[in-house]
Design a protein around this ligand. Structure first.
Ligand code: RRO
Length: 313
């Protein structure tokens, strides 16, 4: 039987498998991160961290139903020092992506400078798209001049490979503008997409919202958001410099979903809601399903179909 090669490169970073966790899901604590390091995933992404530990928003703050999930976690994390110290102690061959999400530009500079000193961090995923911060008035990633200013400052000192976790955009022009900005900087990758902000789920039995923070509004993930993830990946693939890789995230629960993300232009994929539902065993299942799918299609590597989505003529 033909061997299927699921290894990929995200710019210069080599992954033995294109499947990894999405930041935020089962990647906050010592135990969760150890489980991810021991799993079949091709890389590990940490929970977005801040300078100081945070408890996050009040519970209940996560809810899932058959088509997706809603969360308003509020950036609970153990603080950057925990993640750096934890990783420093671990021997692993897997690339490690430290996700950071400072509450201000200055905090992001501080976090990036600090992480730059740690050899175990392969790359940084700068999360500019958390939809659930009580402190934040607007999402920085919907404010193009703020993003531009932030990146200009970051690339004055940053030495690590760096990518940006983006929110979903809903207009072609927004993606064009964002790509124009990103193309000016030595960015290694973008992750598309974070959860869809400001969603709402209603429980008809109790006639109530299903999560407590922010009167029930939260970020939507899971299979229901896949079309938005695919559209954002496709558009960024069209508009971004070819050396900026795309990590697809949003609505993956089967091997076929991974194929769709990569066909649209993703180089690797992240699993969020489905990891939460299934635990770390999801990686082995998805690898098997994806390999099976590729074998049926007669593809033996990711590069043989990546980005090759066809249009009607
Ligand atoms: O912690 C959260 O509330 C959260 C974050 Br930082 C994020 O980036 N995306 C999300 O859906 N939740």
């Amino acid at each position: 039987m033909k061997q299927i090669d699921l290894s990929v490169s995200i710019n210069k970073i080599k992954l033995s498998s294109c499947i990894m966790n999405a930041s935020g899901v089962l990647c906050s604590t010592d135990k969760e991160l150890s489980n991810l390091l021991d799993s079949f995933s091709g890389a590990v992404v940490t929970k977005s961290c801040t300078r100081k530990p945070r408890k996050g928003n009040f519970e209940p703050r996560y809810f899932e139903w058959n088509m997706g999930s809603i969360n308003s976690m509020g950036l609970p994390n153990l603080g950057i020092d925990f993640y750096l110290n934890f990783l420093e102690k671990k021997e692993t061959k897997k690339p490690i992506f430290l996700s950071i999400s400072g509450l201000s530009a200055e905090e992001n500079y501080f976090l990036i400078k600090k992480a730059n000193h740690y050899s175990k961090i392969t790359a940084l995923e700068l999360n500019l798209s958390c939809p659930n911060l009580i402190e934040e008035e607007d999402l920085i990633s919907y404010n193009f001049s703020r993003i531009s200013y932030l990146l200009e400052n970051i690339f004055k000192f940053n030495k690590k490979p760096l990518g940006i976790k983006l929110p979903p955009y809903f207009e072609d022009l927004s993606i064009q503008k964002m790509a124009l900005i990103l193309n000016q900087f030595p960015i290694d990758f973008v992750t598309c997409i974070n959860s869809l902000p400001n969603g709402m789920v209603v429980d008809t039995k109790t006639e109530s919202v299903v999560i407590q923070p922010k009167k029930g509004f939260g970020g939507i993930g899971g299979s229901i958001i896949k079309p938005f993830a695919l559209a954002n990946i496709r558009k960024f693939y069209t508009y971004l410099r070819k050396d900026i890789s795309i990590i697809g995230c949003g609505g993956i629960s089967t091997g076929k979903d991974i194929f769709e993300h990569i066909l649209c232009g993703a180089s690797a994929v992240q699993i969020g809601t489905q990891l939460m539902k299934e635990g770390v065993f999801v990686f082995e299942r998805l690898e098997k399903e994806f390999s099976f799918f590729l074998r049926k299609k007669n593809y033996s590597s990711i590069d043989s179909f990546k980005g090759n989505l066809k249009n009607f003529q």
